[in-house]
Design a protein around this ligand. Structure first.
Ligand code: HEM
Length: 695
């Protein structure tokens, strides 16, 4: 049997060598909710109720399996369901979050819920906010239960900051093909899929694990959940200011919430729903959704300034943003991280405007539709376009076209795919969110170009001047100029180099010279979550286990193997985040073989575990002609239609401008024809929720 590594390389050489073998290797057991699998080969359940979920290990109290002890034979609960009526209020009260709540019953609906409940009818709580990450390999905590990972010897691992200094210097190498928009859309995808519970990811944590002057606290004085990063004495930057301690607060787990006890290993919780459903726009709960909606014409709430529509203002500007004056824009959206960096806020604004653009069109062609109907149909088109752009435009760049086809992540046929499998657990893998997917922080550029319609650069802004301070996007013509900048400026290359705007200046406060080191934070997070070691995942993904540092030479350069050997005591000690990030990139992708294996696994689950996936037919699905239209959507057209003064764009909007990808007028780019959403029946009986689209 070929290994994952061999398969990936074979694919890039000879596409006809595909077979259904995904990754060879060890037996894997999902920690929660999914049954054992052979490597990454899927033993797909053949009939409802025989899925991985119902066969899997018993999930602890609060996770929701209890509703389907018989394997999911009864998909609708004890209460009667009414087609077409709004979803029941299933959102948990934040005060009693626990480890997620399972709705008491599932109403039949053609639309997804906001919190992802009832997506899996056999396990309605699966994929909802405040639930556990899933895992491919069991955790390796220091004490076997919850403390951060230690070296094999029992010693502490080398300081995360020391590793960052030695392995991830700031050397500006540009990606030869892909633009900054590819990086930025990646962050949109990430925020849609997961968010560790307990930190804002936009502001310094309110729990302080270091003294006010940046020194380590004595253990007895350290607040709960602290795991501060030790700054070496000879740190080239921080030692100048005599700083010895970088703040770090541990992620909240199911043990912290008393959802499990005894010696059950802790599992971290994620705050948002696990599905790729544009929850960053629509919110992860009924409550947040009500706050983002206008309740008129199916629109989302916006504010009009300078002839443009902006996200609504946050009700707590000084709390949510790092503003210099309280009148500065600071936005409210479905995701709390919306203000984190200017380019992220731009894409969030574009996705919001896209909803309203679709809603206005639907309202025009279906004047008899209610606000609710327009809203839900526009939302559905918007998230379907997002799934299409993510899977058919973005993923082939990041995990490779051939790899995506071979692993049934994308399909060459244009029609329905219908590969939903209720036995596949769609939950986000801890290894994916907290190691593999974070690798793409390497693509972040420290300066953001402002670009004219003729694609000349007017200059740029410094990223760390604008963390959590989105005011910059409303100044002058910045919105259009930064949007063009996204599509014009190259992203940085997928390598070990990181821009010091994030390795020294993350969350730099106004007037300060230095901020934090995001790379060190990500290494510390890997240990906080007790992820198994790089060596374990190599083995899991089909590479040989390393017994000496030299054994890493198959995929890591001699210079980096030497660095690892000088920092770590034993090959088994190398963190997944670190080892995975040093592997040679697999041709045609932006990741090394181990991360590629994890990313591939996640994106397979995210697709096949989503009952509402846009390529599924059946009740609530698109008609075939509508699906063909959705498949015309593109990132280029999205930027064109919602960037206001953006009047031209290159057709492949994640790719740098070139003679084979030249800028063309927006009107010449394919467009999704919304006339196919004309409800030809006219007014439907009240509340029936049925539409009559031409088939
Ligand atoms: C300017 C751009 C970005 C900034 C400032 C940024 C910053 C951050 C921060 C502060 C965290 C949380 C760190 C922690 O406390 O553990 C984080 C997490 C993460 N980032 Fe980024 N990031 C950026 C872009 C990206 C991109 C392009 C990707 C991937 C394509 C990405 C993937 C992730 C993932 C997967 C997580 C963990 C999500 C979770 O909580 O489950 N980020 N990022």
């Amino acid at each position: 049997q070929r290994t994952a590594y061999q398969n990936l390389f074979l694919n890039s050489i000879n596409p006809s060598a595909y077979d259904n073998t995904i990754y060879g290797g060890s037996i894997v057991e999902d920690a929660y909710g999914a049954a054992p699998q052979q490597g990454l080969q899927y033993n797909r359940p053949t009939a409802p109720g025989q899925g991985f979920i119902s066969q899997g290990p018993q999930v602890p109290t609060g996770f929701g399996n209890a509703y389907f002890p018989t394997g999911g034979s009864n998909i609708f609960g004890p209460q009667q369901q009414f087609p077409g009526l709004p979803q029941p209020q299933t959102t948990p009260n934040p005060a009693t979050l626990g480890c997620g709540l399972t709705p008491p019953f599932c109403a039949k609906s053609r639309y997804r819920s906001y919190d992802g409940s009832c997506n899996n009818l056999q396990n309605p709580g699966l994929g909802t906010p405040q639930t556990r990450y899933n895992r491919l390999l069991p955790a390796k905590y220091g004490d076997g239960v919850s403390t951060p990972t230690l070296a094999k010897s029992g010693n502490a691992l080398p300081s995360a900051r020391l590793v960052s200094i030695n392995i991830y210097p700031d050397v500006p190498v540009e990606d030869p093909i892909w633009n900054l928009n590819a990086m930025q859309y990646g962050q949109i995808i990430t925020h849609d899929m997961s968010m560790i519970v307990g930190s804002t990811q936009t502001q310094p944590h309110s729990t302080r694990c270091c003294s006010a002057d940046g020194q380590l606290l004595e253990l007895a004085n350290s607040p709960d959940h602290c795991f501060p990063i030790v700054i070496p004495f000879n740190d080239p930057a921080y030692s100048q200011q005599n700083l010895r301690c970088m703040n770090f607060v541990r992620t909240i787990t199911d043990r912290d919430r008393n959802c499990v006890g005894g010696s059950q290993p802790a599992e971290q919780l994620t705050a948002v729903n696990h599905f790729l459903d544009l929850s960053i726009v629509y919110g992860n709960s009924d409550q947040v959704n009500q706050q983002v909606r206008l309740f008129q014409g199916g629109r989302l709430r916006t504010e009009q300034r300078n002839n443009q529509e902006w996200l609504p203002r946050s009700m707590n500007v000084s709390g949510d943003c790092t503003v210099l004056n309280p009148n500065e824009p600071c936005y409210f959206a479905g995701d709390t991280r919306v203000n984190q960096n200017p380019q992220l806020t731009i894409l969030q604004t574009i996705l919001l405007r896209e909803h309203n653009r679709i809603a206005d069109n639907l309202a025009k062609i279906n004047p008899h539709w209610s606000d609710e109907t327009i809203f839900q149909e526009a939302r559905k088109i918007n998230w379907a376009q997002h799934q299409h752009i993510t899977y058919y435009e973005w993923l082939p760049i990041f995990i490779g076209l051939e790899n995506s086809i071979k692993n049934k992540i994308i399909w060459r046929n244009k029609g329905y795919v219908d590969d939903y499998n209720p036995g596949v657990n769609p939950s986000i893998l801890n290894e994916h969110a907290n190691a593999a997917f974070r690798f793409f922080h390497t693509l972040i550029a420290g300066q953001l170009d402002l670009v004219s319609e003729k694609r000349n650069s007017y200059g740029n802004i410094r990223l760390s001047d604008w963390f959590n301070r989105p005011a910059i996007i409303e100044q002058g013509n910045n919105f259009a100029e930064l949007t063009r900048g996204l599509a014009t400026q190259p992203e940085l290359a997928a390598d070990a180099y990181h821009d010091s705007e994030i390795t020294l200046n993350w969350l730099r406060q106004p007037g300060q010279q230095l901020g934090q080191d995001l790379k060190a934070i990500c290494i510390q997070r890997n240990r906080d979550h007790g992820l198994a070691s790089y060596n374990d995942y190599r083995h899991f993904c089909g590479l040989p286990r390393a017994y000496s540092f030299q054994d890493f030479l198959d995929v890591i350069s001699p210079e980096n193997v030497n660095r690892l050997a000088s920092l770590f005591e034993h090959p088994d000690d190398v963190d997944l985040t670190v080892g995975g990030s040093l592997e040679t990139i697999v041709p045609g992708t932006l990741a090394g073989p181990t991360f590629l294996c994890i990313l591939t696994e996640q994106f397979y689950r995210t697709r096949v575990g989503d009952r509402f996936w846009f390529e599924n037919s059946g009740e609530g699905g698109f008609t075939l002609p509508q699906l063909y239209e959705i498949k015309k959507s593109s990132i280029a057209r999205l930027l064109c239609d919602n960037g206001y003064n953006v009047r031209a764009m290159q057709p492949r909007g994640f790719e740098r401008i070139s003679h084979t990808n030249a800028v063309v007028p927006c009107e010449s780019l394919p467009v999704v024809d919304l006339s196919l959403w004309k409800d030809i029946q006219g007014p439907a009986p009240t509340g029936s929720g049925d539409f009559f689209y031409k088939k």
